[in-house]
Write a protein that binds this ligand. Structure first.
Ligand SMILES: Cc1cc2nc3c(=O)[nH]c(=O)nc-3n(C[C@H](O)[C@H](O)[C@H](O)COP(=O)(O)OP(=O)(O)OC[C@H]3O[C@@H](n4cnc5c(N)ncnc54)[C@H](O)[C@@H]3O)c2cc1C
Length: 427
């Protein structure tokens, strides 16, 4: 790829989750040239790792598939995966961006046949399942991955395992000599859609994440419930592999807390309400979910979903900020706290504890130009005069629907900037 692919009328989108894909497609379908840069080996971001979407409980694959079809049919978007923006210089309408591309060691000849994965025996923690299981060190990130191309983990490059992968590929797709590259491109506007990351649950010391294997995060629970996940969709305890049916959901794990994240992550209540329905689906009449909450934040159309879950006899609500999690009999966990509706102390036993962890912006460490500012939680706010715009969860904790709306608005603002370069400003 050379610098000639870009001009001052090009829009750069950083982050290939649902927000970045949306912004890129909206701009490209308006005829703009777009470069979409994603740091992982595939587009889709965190939504591709959800089992179902609230409130309709549909599969994220549908939304992803529609966007991938739009993307494949549009020649205005160039996707660069395994790439990060290292520097942005210049000003609105006239930026020079430096992009560092890591080697994938698998070129475009790959047909995703999987022969390389069969040939190697080395394994790595599966990034798509948050390390809950292991996969071969030559892998397809997930079934819907785009590009549909395998990746070689750097740990096997330069080893006999890497050579085995190369020998097994009859299409000449394995390139063990590939090196890191750096590109510098001119662009007129930038959309920053780098999304969110979960708050580090191990920092919430009283809840025992990392100390008790059966305390997991809400993201890990999405994978446990998913048929493509580490347990084939069976909700099993990580400690002993026994089926879990009496599950505690602890809300505001790291959110609305002066010691952790001050902001409300807005999504977690809906995510836990949704996940009680996974328990219902997996365990039927035996299902027992208990939501420990400060208050449930289910806004607008989500209120109906909240009411529906309230009617579900398998779901119990306890208004309480859990004080601590301790180990109990038979490998179970005991939640201690005070129910603030009756001021009763409780010590409730559960076989699995799910922490509804807060969302923080995944912009830490990135070299963000001074013209885009961050709020007190680190979420980005686009300035009125610049040419760099935040989109989706980089700007705040948002659900998918709101991320898409926000990304569409960011695309419009970026188009306005590059149109000035093209001399097509409407006065
Ligand atoms: C437990 C849980 C359940 C949820 N369930 C639902 C649900 O059912 N329905 C719903 O509507 N919402 C749900 N959400 C919210 C949903 O996950 C977000 O709305 C969605 O992920 C936002 O997409 P995004 O593209 O803004 O961010 P992300 O999904 O985080 O995508 C960001 C992308 O940017 C890439 N990136 C990051 N940094 C860089 C960089 N420096 N350079 C290049 N690329 C970079 C990342 O690799 C990623 O691909 C849930 C959230 C949680 C925590």
């Amino acid at each position: 790829m050379t610098a000639s692919i870009a001009t001052g009328e090009t829009i750069l989108v950083v982050g290939g989750g649902i927000s970045g894909m949306t912004a890129a497609l909206e701009a490209a379908e308006c005829g703009k040239q777009v470069i979409l840069v994603e740091k992982s080996p595939t587009l889709g971001g965190r939504t591709a790792l959800l089992y179902r979407y609230f409130p309709k409980l549909c599969h994220p694959a549908c939304g992803l598939e529609i966007n991938l079809r739009r993307l494949k049919g549009n020649r205005n978007v160039r996707v660069i995966t395994m790439a990060e923006v290292t520097k942005i210089a210049g000003e609105r309408g006239n930026y020079a961006v430096s992009i560092r591309i890591s080697p994938r060691h698998v070129n475009e000849n790959c047909t995703a046949c999987g022969a390389c994965a069969e040939a190697v025996s080395a394994e790595i923690p599966n990034p798509a399942n948050y390390g809950l299981d292991r996969i071969k060190a030559a892998y397809l990130p997930h079934a819907m991955a785009y590009p549909q191309r395998y990746v070689l983990d750097p740990s096997i490059v330069g080893t006999a395992e890497g050579e085995k992968a190369k020998a097994a590929c009859k299409y000449g797709a394995i390139d063990l000599e590939a090196k890191e590259e750096t590109l510098t491109l001119p662009v007129g506007a930038v959309i920053w859609a780098t999304g969110w990351q979960p708050y580090d649950a191990a920092k919430i010391q009283p809840y025992g994440y990392g100390r008790y294997p059966d305390v997991i995060t809400s993201l890990e629970f999405e994978r446990l419930a998913d048929p493509h996940g580490p347990t084939g969709g069976r909700i099993l305890r990580p400690s002993d592999g026994k089926p879990a049916g009496n599950i505690a959901f602890i809300q505001c794990a790291g959110s609305r807390d002066e010691n952790h994240l001050r902001h409300c992550s807005r999504i977690c209540c809906m995510a836990s309400l949704k996940q009680t329905q996974y328990v219902r689906e997996a365990c039927g009449a035996e299902a027992k979910s208990t939501i420990y909450y400060i208050d449930i934040r289910a806004i607008d159309r989500f209120e109906d979903f909240y009411r529906k879950v309230q009617q579900d006899t398998s779901v119990r609500f306890v208004k309480s900020k859990v004080a601590r999690v301790a180990s109990g009999a038979g490998g179970n966990l005991v939640l201690h706290g005070v129910d603030t509706e009756g001021y009763h102390r409780y010590a409730n036993e559960h076989d699995l504890v799910v922490l509804a962890v807060g969302m923080e912006p995944s912009v830490q460490g990135a070299d963000i130009p001074a013209e885009i500012i961050a709020d007190s939680s680190g979420f980005l706010e686009s300035s009125a005069s610049g040419g760099i715009f935040a989109a989706g969860c980089a700007s705040g904790a948002l659900d998918v629907n709101r991320s898409v709306q926000h990304a569409t608005a960011a695309a419009l603002r970026a188009i306005q900037v590059v149109n000035r370069n093209a001399g097509t400003e409407v006065r």
